[in-house]
Design a protein around this ligand. Sequence first.
Ligand code: BTN
Length: 269
Amino acid sequence: MNQLTPEIIQKKLKTGLLGRNIYCFNQITSTNDFAKKLLEQNAPEGTLIIAEYQTQGRGRLGRSWLAPPGKALLFSLILKPETPMKKIGLVSLLASIAVAEAMESLVNVKPALKWPNDILLNNKKICGILLETVTNNFSDLCSFIILGVGINLTQQVEDFPKDIKATATSLLIETGQKIDRLNLLSTILSILEDKYLRFKNGEDTFIGQEWLQYCPFVNQSIYIKMNHDELRGIFAGLDQNGSLLLKDAANNIRKISYGEIIKCEKQPW
Ligand code: BTN
């Protein structure tokens, strides 16, 4: 794969905000961790950190995120939305829509979104998103977001750790194609910037609507793993803040704001 540098990326980007500042690494612990350090130095909104390899890549729910050098697109963005904390989940939905739209337009695939922000191809995970927030102690506003994105590009099946071999995939495995990483990055950032600026301007109903277009789980039986708990029900959609709506046997709707969806083959009750 061609080496990415801040200059090469800058030349390709069509964005005004995202990728305003760029840091590229051959190896780093985690782009999200580096973003956190930059935030302490007051890095501007839109700062992009990208790495060929992470020694301590992190995933959601305390998991690690592994990818061999140069085989994935791994980046983090610093965002400063100044939005109420309850709306933050919408930003991760936005990011997953942007990745799905970019893939669809460049590779002619139809990705599926699994709440809150996994991207699947043929039922296997190809992209994960980790959103970390820093709140303002004096108000309920979320001051900073670190949005970390990992997209599997050229891994072969044997590149994935044993425990995720059956559930993870790459663009190469699914399509036989090696996509131009720079083009993918630039397309994602353009789409994301457009949606993010709308969100910052107070528009947000479009997010759930667009997200649901990519979600195959609506009205399906699911169960949700939350730490040691498991909830079963029907996926009834999203609320205005991006929480999942789970319908139980008595038609009661419960709002879920974190967890992991597993699809059930049978009725949940
Ligand atoms: C998930 O569990 O699905 C989220 C995975 C997020 C991985 C990305 S790779 C770039 C950024 N840096 C990290 O350490 N994690 C995120």
